[in-house]
Design a protein around this ligand. Structure first.
Ligand code: NAD
Length: 476
């Protein structure tokens, strides 16, 4: 078994370990064993982090764009060099296959490279008045940013919290998930090693509610960015509103997939079955409700079940594993509850539906069909390895079902009809729409949702601008 790194806080550039602090255990979801002890920041630690963030903001904001870009690029290079070790730790704490852990970490480095380039493309505009006076619109970093990242993408989520903020010239305090801390610590360390001041990028852990109340209760923090469930997002948005802090919320989803009879069905099956079971379905943009035109339903259903049954489930460190365990026992409980409720309501369980073994948190890739809309799983995000396949007829009805829920993160469609693609792009309520693809994320394109899936964007130019505020200078 590979070793798992020592865990610590990073405050003011200093690594702070257990030293009498409260702590919690980190569990390997493939074995259920404890692999690390994570120190919790004390209230004094958090106050120190806030003071550092204030100082770090002034220093980093006043660092030239060229220099910021060079440092962020250097950090991206360090992350790539260290990606093998980061991925080992990530798989041990989160469970996903090693190749996915490495791919995710390389993607985080690529996102940072993109942001490094954006440092030099923060433009304002000037309006020249007839009298010779002028009005200039400038963009300034908003101030210190607090970012709270979840456990499903321990590298990428952390980079999404800090990359855009650092490019904008903000300082950041990030709290990766306490369940998957090592990857986030490694990313922050790489930024410090590359030259970001230790006051400008910090990493803390603790009881989430205590840390978020402490940081959001301080006037030093000017922006909150959170990824996680809609319920926690709403709670944090209220806390941030007390002090009118700017917020970016990347919350839950319930990805509809509209499969039309004119589509390349084999292509849709190969792509979407792979996407469904990636990271054991614990992906905010996971495809979940498959709405399949009746004429092709049987073919799609049988092909999906065949592919689900072939997914190789195992420890993410083992060669050939395609799906690891769920990241925590809450995920298993949720699957049991939702699948049980779906079959009670008349849905058909075509494959899977059971936990695998009693060690770690493994669950079978599962497929449900013909599930009525009043079943819980048709309304609550399953966040696990389960697909729901329902036959439908007519584009209007399919769009209506896609838009029925309050969520609107990612949606997908498979069709060869160009006119239909345009109609879908206009009418499907989602922050991202994948047509004939499962890829809805790119470093240079905004990533975010609508309705209960949140607001504000990460990635792309929008991810930097989300950390900036305009100042209009009127010159007489
Ligand atoms: P959760 O919302 O309780 O936790 C998600 C993350 O938010 C965790 O890392 C947690 O540490 C953090 N968090 C929780 N309360 C917080 C607080 N008061 N202040 C700051 N951070 C806080 O969800 P969970 O139990 O981990 O998972 C439940 C559901 O959340 C999932 O089934 C899924 O629907 C959703 N979720 C979504 C994403 C996403 O990528 N959008 C990621 C993780 C979980």
């Amino acid at each position: 078994m590979t070793s798992y790194p020592d865990l610590h806080l990073l405050i003011g550039g200093e690594q702070l370990g257990l030293d009498g602090r409260e702590s919690e255990e980190v569990i390997d979801p493939a074995t259920g064993e404890t692999i690390g002890k994570l120190p919790h920041a004390t209230p004094d630690d958090l106050d120190r982090a806030l003071d550092c963030a204030e100082k770090g903001f002034r220093e980093w904001r006043d660092t030239s764009a060229d220099k910021r870009a060079a440092i962020l690029n250097k950090a991206a290079g360090l992350i790539k060099e260290r990606a093998g070790d980061i991925a080992q730790a990530l798989t041990r704490e989160q469970g996903k296959p090693l190749a996915e852990a490495k791919g995710e970490t390389m993607y985080a480095a690529m996102l940072l490279e993109f942001y490094a380039g954006e440092c030099k493309r923060i433009y304002g505009r000037t309006m020249v008045r007839p009298e010779g006076s002028r009005v200039e619109v400038q963009y300034h970093p908003v101030g210190p940013v607090a970012g709270f990242a979840p456990w499903n993408f321990p590298s990428l989520n952390v980079m999404r919290k800090i990359g855009g903020a650092l490019a904008a010239g903000c300082s950041t305090i990030v709290k990766p998930s306490e369940e998957t801390p090592a990857a986030g610590i490694a990313l922050v360390q790489a930024l410090i090693d590359a030259g970001v001041p230790g006051d400008a990028v910090q990493c803390v852990f603790g009881v989430p509610d205590h840390v978020s109340r402490h940081l959001l209760g301080s006037p030093i923090i000017r922006k909150l960015t959170f990824t996680g469930s809609t319920a926690v997002g709403k709670h944090l948005a209220k806390l941030a509103a007390e002090d009118l802090k700017i917020t970016t919320m990347e919350l839950g989803g319930h990805g509809p997939v509209l499969v039309f009879k004119d589509a390349d069905i084999d292509g849709a099956l190969d792509t979407m079955a792979g996407a469904k079971f990636r990271n054991a379905g614990q992906v905010c943009v996971s495809p979940t409700r498959f709405l399949v035109e009746e004429d092709v339903f049987e073919k799609f259903r049988d092909g999906f079940v065949e592919r689900a049954e072939k997914v190789k489930v195992g420890n993410g460190l083992e060669d050939g594993t395609q799906m690891g365990p769920m990241a925590n026992s809450r995920g298993l409980d949720n699957m049991e509850k939702l699948i049980g409720n779906a079959t009670e309501k008349g849905g058909k369980l075509l494959t899977g539906g059971e936990r695998i073994g009693n060690q770690g948190f493994f669950h079978q890739p599962s497929v449900l069909a013909e599930v009525p809309t009043d079943a819980d799983i048709m309304n609550d995000e399953p966040f696990g390895p389960v697909a729901i396949l329902n036959p439908m007829s007519g584009e209007d009805a399919m769009i209506e079902e896609a838009n029925r829920l309050p969520y609107g993160l990612a949606a997908y469609a498979w069709t060869e009809d160009p006119a239909r693609r345009r109609r879908l792009a206009a009418r499907v309520e989602a922050g991202m729409l994948g047509i004939n693809t499962a890829g809805v994320s790119a470093a240079d394109a905004p990533f975010g949702g609508v309705k209960w899936s949140g607001y504000g964007s990460e990635d792309g130019r929008e991810g930097v601008m989300a950390c900036m505020v305009p100042k209009t200078v009127h010159e007489g």
